[in-house]
Design a protein around this ligand. Structure first.
Ligand SMILES: Nc1ncnc2c1ncn2[C@@H]1O[C@H](COP(=O)(O)OP(=O)(O)O)[C@@H](O)[C@H]1O
Ligand SMILES: [Mg+2]
Length: 289
């Protein structure tokens, strides 16, 4: 697997971002022996603190607090610089960031995978959907050129609950999926004494975090086969689709784009536009089931 960059983000505090981010780092280390950089962009740096307690030599922990200046791209430059610096020599980069609109959405484009933890209250489900949809809407043209997925993680879900939130407002997006849920674990902190939660002696907790880790791992693997980003198209393919001759031309003429999905046999991606969300381009839309 090539180096991958993952960001765990959401506008809300307390939804489990740092818990998921740090335990995902633990999963990649324990189960795949990967070398990881964990970049904590939050002032509280609870993800970094948690990992440092566990002392995993495979995980480098870095803190980078961002400062926001109105009308300036300073924070974006700082965030990008930290991302580049700490990405050197590792297999996986995991960034933990409480999203703030002081930071341009452009920063999210630097990642292969965006993980958005969300609780199951209807207000938060709606706000998560809006966050994802707005990001995609504002970056449609740029998203054509990269190979990125968004995974929503239902977090702190009551295990006795029969219905796991479905985030059906995102159903039609091909690049977006909902992972298995992370359940609410009473007294979660005491389990860290044994290490990361995917290696917990409690089989239910271990399985819960392992399921999430496996889902994310498979998603990363599928990213390199599902799409051919336009910038990597071979001359032959370009001849087949003369409209797509250069990336710059594509940006100038987004409406004339031809989908470059490798797996053309999947009819779902070729479905007609959804009236409700017609601003989303065809290549990101899932067909009607
Ligand atoms: N699945 C969970 N079950 C129980 N408590 C959790 C769970 N995930 C997180 N917590 C607790 O909730 C609080 C906030 O979690 P955290 O991961 O720091 O959220 P965020 O990074 O989104 O602010 C912490 O005290 C954490 O231990
Ligand atoms: Mg946090």
């Amino acid at each position: 697997m090539k180096q991958v960059k993952i960001i765990i983000t959401n506008q809300k505090g307390g939804v489990g971002k740092s818990t998921i981010a740090s335990n995902l780092a633990g999963y990649f280390s324990a189960h795949h022996h990967k070398k990881i950089s964990f970049i904590d962009f939050d002032r509280q740096a609870s993800g970094a603190t948690l990992i440092k307690k566990i002392h995993d030599p495979n995980i480098g922990v870095y803190k980078k607090e961002l400062f926001f200046k109105q009308g300036s791209n300073w924070s974006l430059m700082e965030a990008r610089q930290a991302l580049n610096t700490y990405s050197v020599g590792v297999d996986i980069v995991i960034a933990d960031l409480t999203w703030t609109f002081g930071l341009p959405y452009d920063f999210l484009l630097d990642f292969d995978l965006i993980i958005v933890p969300s609780s199951d209250t209807s207000l938060e489900v709606a706000s998560t959907e809006i966050f994802v949809l707005e990001y995609i809407q504002k970056n449609m043209d740029k998203l054509r050129l990269i190979n990125q997925a968004v995974v929503v993680v239902p977090s702190r879900i009551d295990p006795s609950q029969s219905e796991i939130p479905k985030f059906s407002g995102l159903d039609f997006l091909t690049n977006c999926s909902v992972s298995p849920p992370i359940y609410r674990i009473p007294g979660i902190d005491r389990y860290y004494e044994e290490g990361f939660l995917c290696t917990s002696a409690d089989p239910v907790i271990a399985e819960n975090f392992l399921n999430l880790g496996n889902f994310i791992y498979e998603k990363l693997e599928s990213l390199s086969t599902l799409f051919v980003p336009i910038k990597k198209i071979t001359p032959n393919l370009l001849t087949k689709h003369p409209i797509n001759r250069t990336a710059s031309k594509i940006i100038e003429q987004p409406k004339t784009l031809v989908s470059t999905r490798v797996n053309q046999t999947q009819p779902k991606s070729q479905a007609s536009p959804s009236k409700e969300f017609s601003f989303i381009p065809k290549f990101l839309r899932r067909g009607k089931e």
